[in-house]
Design a protein around this ligand. Structure first.
Ligand SMILES: O=c1[nH]c(=O)c2[nH]c(=O)[nH]c2[nH]1
Length: 307
């Protein structure tokens, strides 16, 4: 055979693992994207197809989720060290393990500001916003007479690690979804809001302040709503903006439901007490709606990508 095998490695890439640690009402999130690459005595599987030395990539995936439960995720480094050591020391044919980890950082949604104290809201300890993602948007239209300003944001990722349920829905012969009484609710917010300012230069809103406050009301409604569906949460987010921000008459949201599935750890003799999740990226539910001040007209396009 005039060919020889060169460097080779294999494993499961991009295992999206979310670990929630529940310290009473205070929750902590670790959100990782873990890629495993193993190498060692793997000539035979390439040359003849013998799998005698091959630990399945599916097993490497399971190990990531099981270790999240068994060791917890103190840091990405610590977690990666556990995994790499395990593969190399437990499998004779495996001589090298490379674990690559991306970590997505989350911050708590601040609900204990002066504004929420004023309305008597308790501090929420299970609501998070992912760091460093959002893009602020605006569209200004002027016909020489009237102005229309629609502002908003996209790619603001938020999560509630409890206070979300989904049950009591229609079931037909194709329905397999299990009712959920305590699930993760996560979404990547795309929102637009239309200002009622149209001509009076004296009464122009303070755009910077309006954005900050609108964003905060939206986050606070997300954090404080005990959710029976993402549709309900969406409505609360819009209604709170309309109620608190008199300069805004219309809000539209497109909210992808970023599903987090509990991983079945039973086969490994481990109990998953709402701790270890698989964060799926697709397909996703997509929930879209407009919330209007009573008596106002809907002018934000239905498809937000057209704005
Ligand atoms: O909040 C939800 N709304 C739905 O309409 C829906 N559909 C579904 O499968 N899961 C969910 N979750």
């Amino acid at each position: 055979m005039p060919t020889i095998l060169g460097q080779n490695q294999y494993g499961k890439a991009e295992n999206r693992v979310v670990k929630i640690t529940r310290d009473g009402a205070t929750h902590h999130i670790k959100d990782l994207n873990v890629s495993v690459a193993l190498s060692g005595d793997m000539d035979e599987v390439h040359y003849s197809g013998s799998n005698a030395n091959v630990l399945p990539t599916d097993t490497t995936k399971n190990t990531v989720y099981a270790f999240a439960k068994e060791y917890g995720i103190e840091s990405a480094e610590q977690f990666g060290i556990h995994l790499a050591r395990h593969f190399v020391t437990s499998q004779e044919p495996i001589h090298r393990a490379r674990i690559r980890i991306e970590e997505y950082a989350w911050e708590r949604i601040e609900t204990s500001d002066a504004n929420s104290r004023l309305i008597g809201a308790d501090e929420v300890k299970h609501s998070f916003v992912r760091k460093g993602q959002e893009t602020r948007l605006t569209q200004i239209t002027y016909d020489g007479d009237k102005w229309e300003v629609v502002s908003g944001l996209k790619d603001l990722v938020v999560m509630n690690s409890t206070n979300s349920e989904f049950w009591g829905y229609v079931k037909d012969r194709y329905t397999t979804l299990k009712e959920a009484h305590d699930r993760i609710l996560a979404t990547q917010v795309s929102g637009r809001w239309r200002f009622n300012w149209s001509d009076d230069e004296q009464k122009m809103p303070n755009w910077e302040k309006s954005y900050e406050q609108t964003r905060q009301h939206m986050l606070q409604a997300f954090a404080e709503t005990y959710s029976l569906s993402l549709q309900q949460t969406l409505y609360q987010m819009g209604a709170r903006i309309i109620n608190y921000r008199s300069e805004i008459d219309e809000v539209r949201f497109a909210l992808p439901n970023k599903h987090h599935f509990l991983v079945d750890l039973e086969p490994f003799g481990l109990k998953n007490d709402n701790e270890v999740y698989f964060a799926a990226d697709r397909p996703y539910g997509l929930i879209e709606a407009t919330i209007l001040r009573d008596g106002c007209e809907a002018r934000i396009p239905v498809d937000l990508t057209n704005l």
